[in-house]
Design a protein around this ligand. Structure first.
Ligand SMILES: Cc1ncc(C[n+]2csc(CCOP(=O)(O)OP(=O)(O)O)c2C)c(N)n1
Length: 514
């Protein structure tokens, strides 16, 4: 058995059965091993940022790591924007990066790069295999690292000769490391704060915004009168009927400061203290009042459900049912609007849908109108590096075994970073409905000129214009095997949504002119 085969067998034994790939010469033995060791579902992405974004979306829904297959330092570099986003989302991923054969490296061939150095910038675990018999054990270590709660990026670099030589040994799965237990003092002090104070905010992030944690947070809020919000940086939120009507801390600095102005205590549940995305002239970095006191109930690497459970017990908080959000909205007609799209989405989305939201400026108000939709999962860009909405939607559909409708609410400028995802969706026959929000501009950045105190002239404004030449989304989708149509009214959009939701084995793209 060669090294590559021991790698594939070890990954399969550890439950890693999906590989998002864009291979090159140094990975040929890994690809060949996939035929010898059946069981690995291999998905091709046509650029590495698609591959890594798909692995992120897969983890968020399947809650287990996939592996990626990337080609040398440059292939890894191409995938780094979405590896950055995945690290911020705390997704578990095992990157396998093929590299130059060990004896060939000193010749400094063109694709030679500091692969290890590149990987270190976003990986919690990096290792270069240096002997074939160790490849299996190295792979088992990588999977263990990726499975470290809540999820980590592990990168295993595999020189081509280490992969092709004989002597590979399959390794058994390694036990994931134990979670750091909840600190009973933190629970006691949070309970004391909640008992004795008004204006307490419980800020949820990570697993703290999923279903089980929300039920506990609601009990605590009902018993104490505390306010509950989700961190803006929330990769995955459980939403819809039966879930809390959570709002995120707003993105905009002024709106965030206003939202948090009366807060005196913040109890952090797997969340970090809320700060602005950027520093702005004359603005603070933090979004909460400087007099507010911060209390860490649980850190991001601790179990949010266990922490909230202990807090519920310390407060003796009785059972309390999450209130009904009222009737489901009706579809909306007339000119497209942000509220109209959200209501139509809430009216039509099938049960248990997955929303991949990279709507940027258009989607700020989507939450308010979708609380009464059927239960669904909402995925957000967590690291601010645009270009993850389409690959995350693609990976999420695979993570859900193609059994759930994925709806990608996608701003056009961000879509152009990773539109090749459509080709993978067509090839894999995935039930993904993409709604392109075509405003032909980088709308959010128009406001950012004002926020940073810059005065844009003609040239500066033209840097935010995508209309010259215009992008034809229907043609681009068709060119990658995806059926598509343009909608200029909400009626047209609703009718296209309905028909695409009925087709469970093909993607569809709606170009909504906003
Ligand atoms: C990797 C990366 N490059 C550039 C940016 C800067 N940036 C932020 S938003 C944006 C444009 C977004 O335009 P679009 O997706 O069309 O959304 P809209 O603003 O129109 O709502 C850009 C270029 C970024 N955040 N990440």
């Amino acid at each position: 058995m060669n090294g590559a085969r021991s790698l594939v067998e070890t990954l399969l034994a550890a439950g890693v059965d999906t590989c998002f790939a864009n291979p090159g010469t140094s990975e040929m033995h890994f690809v060949a091993a996939l035929d010898q060791s059946p069981g690995m579902n291999c998905v091709l992405g046509l650029q590495e940022n698609i591959v890594t974004g798909m692995a992120d979306g897969y983890f968020r829904i399947a809650r287990k790591p996939a592996c990626t297959l990337l080609h040398c330092g440059p292939g890894l570099s191409n995938g780094m924007g979405n590896l950055h986003n995945a690290r911020r989302a705390r997704s578990g991923i095992v990157n396998i990066v093929g590299d130059q054969a060990t004896y060939h490296r000193p010749f400094d061939a063109p694709l030679t790069a500091d692969t290890n150095g590149l990987a270190r910038t976003f990986s919690q675990w990096v290792h270069t295999s240096d002997s074939t018999p160790d490849v299996g054990r190295d792979a088992a270590e990588a999977v263990r690292a990726a499975n470290t709660y809540p999820g980590q990026i592990a990168t295993l670099i595999l020189p081509a000769d280490i992969s092709w030589q004989d002597g590979g040994v399959i390794s058994q799965p390694l036990t994931p490391s134990q979670l750091t237990p909840i600190d009973s003092n933190a629970v006691e002090s949070a309970a004391r704060i909640l008992r004795n104070n008004h204006n307490v905010l419980i800020l949820l992030a990570g697993q703290g915004v999923l279903r089980e944690a929300q039920a506990l947070a609601w009990r605590i809020a009902s018993a104490t009168g505390a306010r509950v919000m989700a961190d803006y940086v929330t990769p995955h939120l459980a939403r819809g009927r039966g879930r809390m009507q959570l709002e995120r801390v707003p993105y905009g600095m002024e709106a965030a400061i206003k939202t948090l102005e009366s807060v005196e205590h913040i109890i952090l549940v797997n969340a970090k203290p809320p700060v602005g995305f950027f520093g702005y002239p004359g603005m603070p970095s933090i979004q909460y009042p400087s007099r507010a006191k911060l209390h860490v109930l649980s850190r991001p690497d601790q179990d949010a459900v266990a922490a909230l459970h202990d807090l519920t017990a310390a407060l003796n908080a009785p059972e309390s049912e999450i209130p009904d959000p009222g009737p489901r909205p009706d579809v909306v007609s007339g000119a497209p609007s942000s509220e109209g799209l959200a209501q139509t989405l809430a009216a039509l989305m099938p049960e248990n849908a997955i929303i991949s939201d990279e709507s940027i400026s258009y989607g700020r108000g989507f939450y308010k109108y979708t609380h009464a939709a059927p239960p669904h999962d909402w995925l957000h860009l967590a690291g601010g590096a645009i270009g993850d909405g389409m690959p995350v939607a693609t990976g999420a559909a695979i993570g859900a075994n193609r059994q759930r409708r994925v709806i990608n609410l996608q701003a056009d400028g961000s879509a152009m970073y990773s539109l090749q995802s459509l080709w993978t969706q067509a090839r894999e026959r995935l039930p993904v409905t993409t709604i392109i929000l075509n405003n032909s501009k980088y709308n959010i950045l128009i406001g950012e000129y004002t926020n940073v105190g810059a005065v844009p002239g003609k040239m500066a404004m033209s840097m935010l214009d995508l209309g010259n030449p215009g992008l034809s989304w229907v043609q681009m989708a068709n060119g990658m095997g995806v059926e598509a149509a343009r909608a200029t009214t909400m009626e047209e959009c609703a009718s296209l949504m309905r028909s695409s939701f009925l087709n469970t084995s093909s993607p569809f793209l709606i170009e909504l002119m906003i």
